[in-house]
Design a protein around this ligand. Sequence first.
Ligand code: NAP
Ligand code: ZN
Length: 364
Amino acid sequence: MFKYYMPTNIFFGKDCLKNNLVSNIDVNDKPLIVTGKRSAIISGAQSDILEILKSKKIKYEIFNKVTENPKLKTVHEGAKYFLKNNCNMVIGIGGGSPIDSAKAISIIAANKLENREIYNSQKIKNGYPIIAIPTTSGTGTEATQYSVITDTNNDKKAGFGTPLMFPKFSFVDPKYTLSLSKKITRDTAVDALSHLLEGLYSNKRSEIVYPMIFSGVKIIFENLKNTMNNLEDFKLREKLMLASLWGGIVIAQTGSTMQHAIGYPLTTKYGISHGLANGIVMKTVMEKYYPAVKKDLNELFDFLNIKKSDFYDWLISLDLIIGKKLDTEFIENNIENVLNIHNMENNPVKINANDIRNIYNTIN
Ligand code: NAP
Ligand code: ZN
């Protein structure tokens, strides 16, 4: 039995926003554009949007206070601004942080949520329409029902999900990623790789998305290093963007696993980027899961025409390191936290406190 749900209208390719937003937005819409400080501007996405809105005389507001690993208090501030200005849709432009914030703002505003209520699914009944315009190729949030927000009360990153957060439209134009640095290119591609692999690991895995997983991993394996050395090559950017989109479509069906759960505290405590936090444990997690998903992983390596050890060598060559061991206090304080993250329900093998401790101890 297969199950597949993907309600987002996805437009992919050069100038897809410029050519298609115009017929999908009208004068009754009043969007709140949600962005970070720079990415929407330097990617060129914001000026493309504003040109269309102005040409159609559509009123809009801009909320550009989103930082990396967006905070609960920021999305509440955004929702207040949305309501005060009588907006009726959100447009998230940026990496995962602004798009996840746009999703959260839509839900907080539509349900008049307070404090930590976004984490309480019973409270979520409505959502305003969401348009997503990614400027990184990593999170795939343009095709998921998830948003990851840092809970300012306890400084924990926590995802929440509702079908209401599938964007109504996603405009995925690889040209918006041409301005990414080498490090962000690597880290975000490794995030996309994590999503694709987790689609194979998850105990909600479904063969309906296997062609995307296999082709997506192949794209990243064969093109990431080349892209890191040719940051402004549109064809290479297009490949990575497609792999990232596939990663999003995959986890929308399968959820993610310990691979993600174990990285969240590394990001909140040490400021390690989301993609790198996944990458530094990728080999250890794969080894832990391997007995349970051996057949599928071996099929993947056959498809790539490599051995598992070649994949590990490639991972090492990406320099996914943080340059220090984690302190014991951090590890011990976070074991319980990781075990309680809901992604852990999707692990293909039983994971206990000692497994988490051992994985954290491999990091350097
Ligand atoms: P990000 O946090 O959105 O952005 C990282 C950095 O890249 C920021 O400094 C940003 O600048 C900059 N940037 C973005 N686009 C750029 C461009 N085109 N050119 C130059 N700089 C650019 O990074 P991300 O990796 O895309 O998103 C990570 C977040 O997404 C995490 O919070 C993660 O947990 C979440 N996530 C969500 C899902 C989901 O399904 N919802 C899945 C995976 C991950 P600005 O500050 O100016 O924006
Ligand atoms: Zn991720």
